[in-house]
Structure formats: C-alpha cells, structure tokens
Design a protein around this ligand. Sequence first.
Ligand SMILES: Nc1nc2c(ncn2[C@@H]2O[C@H](COP(=O)(O)OP(=O)(O)O)[C@@H](O)[C@H]2O)c(=O)[nH]1
Ligand SMILES: [Mg+2]
Length: 708
Amino acid sequence: MVVETKKIRNVVLLGHSGSGKTTLAETMLYEAGALERRGSIEDGNTVSDYTDIERERGNSIFTTLMHANWRGNKINILDTPGADDFTGEVVSSMKVADTAIMTVNAAHGLEVGTELIWEYIEAFETPAVFVINQLDHDKADYEMTLQEIRERFGPKVIPVQYPANVGIGFNTIIDALRMVMYVFNDDGGKPEKRDIPESEIAKAQEMHNALVEAAAENDETLMELFFDHGSLNEEELAKGLTIALAQQEIFPVFCTSAVRNMGSGRLMGFLNDICPSPADRPEAKLTNGETLKCDSSFKNTIIIYKTLTEPRVGNVSYFKVYSGKLKNGDELINAKNAQVERFSHIYVANGKKREEVSHLNAGDIGVAVKLKDAHTNNTLNEKGVDRAIQPIQFPSPRIRMAVNTDNKNDIEKMAKALHQIQEEDPTAKVEHSAELKQILLLGQGQLHLDLIKYRIEKVYDIDIQFESPRIPYRETITRPSNEVYRHKKQSGGAGQFGEVHMRIEPYTEGMPDPHDLSVRNVEVESLKTGGKLVFLWCIVGGSIDSKFSNAIKKGILLKMEEGPLTGSACQDIRVCIYDGKMHPVDSNDMAFQIAASMAFKNAFVNAGPQLLEPIYELEVLCYAEVMGDVMSDLQSRRAIIMGIDTQGNYQKISAHVPLAELHQYSTSLRSLTQGKSKFEMTFYEYQPVPPDIQKDLIARHRQVAEEV
Ligand SMILES: Nc1nc2c(ncn2[C@@H]2O[C@H](COP(=O)(O)OP(=O)(O)O)[C@@H](O)[C@H]2O)c(=O)[nH]1
Ligand SMILES: [Mg+2]
C-alpha cells in the first residue's frame, strides 16, 4: 500500500530478547488484517523470524521490515533482535523509525537488554512507549515491572492502562486515557468495552489526571485550557500527548499479552492517533550541517539503511525516502560513488514477502533489489541534488578471532565469503594480517561471530574454525652491545667472505651521536610494524667498501622482521657499523648480508633483550552492583586502573590492559555481569612484558620452532 507522508508511522520494536517483540509484531499484523492466521515462535512460522537460522534458534537475529494498514494509515513495523551482539540492527532501525516500542516481559521485570537500548532512545531522541507484555504469564507481576521501569527511566514513564487481573486468567485492561475497561474473550482480538467498575474508578481517575497534566504541560494554550476547565477534552488531550511524546516528556505504558492477542489493537490505535508521522519529527541532519524536511514535494533523497544478499535475487537494499516521491523507474545518483541506480521495481515488505508498489512518499520505508553499487549508509539523490544524510554510527568491534579452514583450497573462497559478510554487516570487520599471518574476524560478541561462522558453513559451504588471534609482540633491547661476526665459505666454486663489527644500542628520539666513533652516514628507517632502525655507517679507512652498506642494512632489517626472541618484529634500535674486513675476490653483497644478520642476532641477545606487548585502553561501563566483580576481574588481567567515573546509569572504569589478557573478554565480562556492562578498547602503546611472562613466551617460541 502507498499512503501520503502524514499517514505513515514508522515504529521500531525494541527490548530484551524474549520479551515478545516478534510475537507482538505478528499480533499487530494479524489485528490489522495483514495476516489470516498468526504464527508463533514455537512453530517457527512468524512473519518476522523467517530466516532458517532464526527459525532454528527460535530467536530474532535480523531486523525485519513489516507493515500494516490501520484505518487508512500505514504502520511500518521494524522488529529488531534483542541480543546485544546485534546492536547494529537496532541502530540502523532506530535511524529510520519515528516511534520506539520498548517491550518488557511482565514475568521477568525490567531486563538489561531493554535498559541498554535506552541510550539509543536518548541519542536518537525517539518518542518511545513501553509495552508490558506477557501479562497472561503465571509469573507476571505488573506492579513490580512498572515500578522497575519508573525507577530506571524516571517519572515521565506514565501508564495509560493497567491490567485488572494478571496471570493465567488475564483478560481485562483498564484504560485511563479513554476511561474505559476492555474485556477480552479467550481468543483475544477485539475486546468488549465496559464501564470501569466502581472499585477501580478512583485509581483510573488518578491515572487519567496524570495523563492530562502531562499532556497540558508542554503547550501554553493547552495549559490555559487546563486551568480554565480543570481538564482537557479528547482532542486537546490527544494534541498534548503528541507534543509531550515528541519531546520525550512522556513515555506512556501499555499492557498486552502478545501470545493471546490482547491489547495490541489499542496500542495500534495509539500509534495511529498520537504517535508522530515522519513529517512531525525534527528535520533530518545532513553531513554539511543543513537539515532536510520530510516532504513529498521536494526532490528525491533516500538513504540505504540495510543491505543483504538473498540467494537467487542478489542485492536487496532497504531504504527510507527522506524527501520527495520515489517512483518506479526513477534514477537516483549515489552521493558516495556517483553510481546511477535505476529503481525499476520498488517494493514494500512483510518479512520475506515483497509486494511491488508504484511509488513511495517521503517518510516511507521500502525495498529495492539488484542495485549496482549501493551500500548501507549511502544517500541517493535525484539528479541535480547533492545531499548526504548523516550516516548511521555503527558500534565498533569488541571481539576478534582468527579464522582458518583445514582445506587449503577453500582459503580463497573463505576470504571471499568473509568479504561479502563484511559488506552486509557494518558491525563485522575482516583484517588480513600479514604480520600475524592470520585472517582476523572482528565483531560484536561470541554469538555474532558464531552466527557468521554458521552462515559461512551453510551458505558458502566452507568449514571454518576459530583460533586465538596471535598477539603482535615487539622486541627491543635495553643496553648497548658489540659483536664481531665473520661469514666465510670457501669450499668449491666462488667463496664468500664478509666480516662486520657492529654496535647496537636502544634508540631514543634525539639521542646524541656516539662520541667514540666517526659517523660518515646516517639512515633512518621507519619500520612498517612501528618504531625505527637508525643505521650509522662509521667505517674509517675503507675496511668495508661503502658499496656493501646496503647489503649490511638489509641483513639487519631482515633479522628485525623476525626478531631473535620470539620471531616478533624488532623496533627502536641504533646500529653502528664501525669496522670489518673484506676479501678482494670472495666478498659480495650476500656475504655481508649474512654477516650483518648474524652479528645483529648475536649482539641482540647480549643487549638486555626485551619483549614488548600491546597495551589497550579499556573503558568498561557497568552497573554499580557489578562493579566490584568487574574490578577484581580486571586486576587478575594485569590491568592498571586509570580512573572511575559515573556516566548516566553507569559506572565507568578506565584501565590499561595488555591485549594478551583480553582474549574473550567480551564473553567473560558478559557472564560476569549478566550483561549489565559493555566496553570499548583502543590501542594505547607498547610496554615491556614482565620478566616471568617473557621467559615463558621465549620458551614457548623455542618449543614451537623445534617442533617445526
Ligand atoms: N505467555 C506469553 N508468552 C509470550 C508472550 N509474548 C511472547 N511470548 C513467548 O515468549 C517467547 C519469546 O517471544 P519472542 O516474540 O520471540 O520475543 P522477542 O525475542 O522479544 O522477539 C516465545 O516463546 C513466545 O511465545 C506473551 O504475551 N505471553
Ligand atoms: Mg524477536
């Protein structure tokens, strides 16, 4: 269906995994007549969880786009996955949604998944309503759940309804906005409207007054009306609530049983009557600082918020029309790469089912297939328009694993598959590390990586394994050392001869030239693994011809790539070549390269060699109640705590931690804190490895080297 902008509602379902988002979406579609029969999670036949993997797991992994017609309005429903590993799906949906529904499971109370999403509600300034779901559950506790929501999110959380009975027999909702009681029969659906019984009137009236006050508070005219009449009529109330909702001055609470289809119709009525259309939201921000009005009469601008590849179809692009009217056959230009894309077919979607439409108005969400070179976050414009919508900020990776396959022939195929996944999923990254000789997969958490593995195995038919990523250690020295090395080979054919006298020293920026040598030439090599080699040519009297200096430097650089301790890259060393010997016939580049390499190696082990390890700056955000556990865990990881702060609902711990101690940190932190935490890590600097650990690492390297 196609409707004008004012009649569009873009709604995103958010909340802890298992609270009932997918079931609620199914029920909403059914109530709106978009479905003939409701599917269930248990039967694996919901509209939203339609992929094999979601059915198999009984859990949402991807955001699904659906839509329903409600009294001539079009409600686009985005059903997101709840698990923290799929925050990327949540962020992209929030970008295009105009109202958020936060589902809370009445049997569990407020859960951390719902809490964590709150910061996105704040960041996107999305109007939000709460739905207390599963009121039919035998463990449902409405009062406790409401209290927990209000404790966490404050007094702007105001109930619109409350259940008259909860648990197995749940069938009655008292609506304080309309001042009516809804009684459902066993199948749910359309309830019978009754007067609120005498015993509940006082409670309902009190709630009603709270809603009226909240509605009047943010608008002067309404405020005056309220003072004059002591109340607001239905129309004024609706207007006030719309304003309050838009300014996040009210977060209304609804009651449902998604499974029994109770309460979803009223919720949709509210979305319809009170919640904003895309045109009622603040104008979209563009990258150049300007804003863009959501208006169908403007020129076309759309943003792609999600892409995926479907078997047999190829590229599928989900987009929102930010302004203009996108018509079948339109050509738009990608602001990122200037690619012209033709929209030969435009679809609206209900899960995997797509239906072709002639056009979509500003504010609507749709699907296009087979675009040539369009990716998530790309803005596409009508010819002559040069706009770029502010991109979606995806979370950066929190976990990394090396990936490998037993079958050597599959390596290239695997790399291709990983590349494809990176294209579709902006929260996954693939790095080919020449240094570590590993392919690294970075993602949001173990579950995220496991699902990528599953997809590679199922879709691309390649068996892959995860391995621990190697740690990029570095090697350096702590004191000077001298070495004389002669390389000599004089058996058969042409001989080889080269002798090098070398001094090596720890290099620091700005250190003075050696006072006892006369420096003829200085070369500074910046190493691609970080740090420097400073190469001083101090030969007097021609004991080595300067034509061999390059070969000597090369011998040193080669050794520095795979250092003498553990085969890690060396850094920050000054080498002085101060004497040597040549042979008139047998000296050549190769001989001097080998001599230099050996001299360097021997000098290195006598120069107080030191392993360095990467230290990361770690920022953990956690709830106060789990802070003690997080701290003691960090201490066991050789962390140095740099500070503790309060940030919103969180305690923020900043620490410096060796990367070697952060393996699987995401998984263990999650289980340690029951998910009430999150973290970010960025590279800080290299620091010396403690002596006992250095000893172990060297011993382990020897052992591996001998085995090979
Ligand atoms: N008793 C009861 N169970 C529900 C209700 N809504 C959902 N469920 C069940 O809760 C589980 C999780 O539901 P689902 O819709 O997948 O939650 P989501 O992870 O938030 O999408 C499933 O087993 C549903 O059948 C409800 O209102 N009452
Ligand atoms: Mg779900």
